[in-house]
Structures are given as C-alpha cells and as structure tokens.
Write a protein that binds this ligand. Structure first.
Ligand SMILES: [Zn+2]
Length: 93
C-alpha cells in the first residue's frame, strides 16, 4: 500500500506540474515582422525606434533612409517624427 501512496504523490506532482505549465499566462507567439515581412533581410542602423524607444528587433513596419543609413520604425508616425528633426534624435544616440 505504501508504494501506491508514493506513486499517487508522484503522479499528483507530475500532474500539478504539468497543469502549472499549461496555466501560465497566455503568450501569443508572433513571428516578428522583420523575420517574415518586407524588411526580412534589412539590417537597420538603429537598435531602437528613435521616437518611441521600441527595440527594432520587435518588428518594424516602416523605414527611413537618412544619410546613407537605414533606420527602422515600428510605425509611420515614429518615422515621421524622426524625419522632422533627425539630427536631434541622432545626437541622442
Ligand atoms: Zn515607434
């Protein structure tokens, strides 16, 4: 009987462990745009969106070419803001 008890405990932990994994907060796995989209093979000269600070590796939906460099932005709004005063943002780098 003792063995069965141990087995039950083991089974319980195995089960509860599995359950824990399954009940983790939902993580929606999206393939970053830069890996699939039109900018898949583009190497950006900025690591972060100058305007909003978002990491460009998270996905880029717009790019700006400025003085021979290619900068990625998460949105057109960010690109437009950057292009208004690019020097200001580049100086911060
Ligand atoms: Zn942005």
């Amino acid at each position: 009987m003792k063995k069965i008890g141990i087995l039950l405990v083991v089974a319980f932990f195995a089960f509860s462990c599995k359950k824990e994994v399954e009940s983790k907060p939902e993580v929606v796995v999206k393939t970053p745009k830069h890996l699939t989209g039109e900018f898949a093979n583009v190497k950006f000269d900025n690591e972060k969106d100058f305007y909003c600070g978002m990491d460009v590796s998270m996905g880029v939906s717009d790019t700006a070419h400025y003085k021979g460099k290619v900068y990625g932005f998460c949105a057109k709004v960010c690109k437009d803001e950057f292009l208004k005063t690019p020097e200001k943002y580049l100086a911060k780098k």
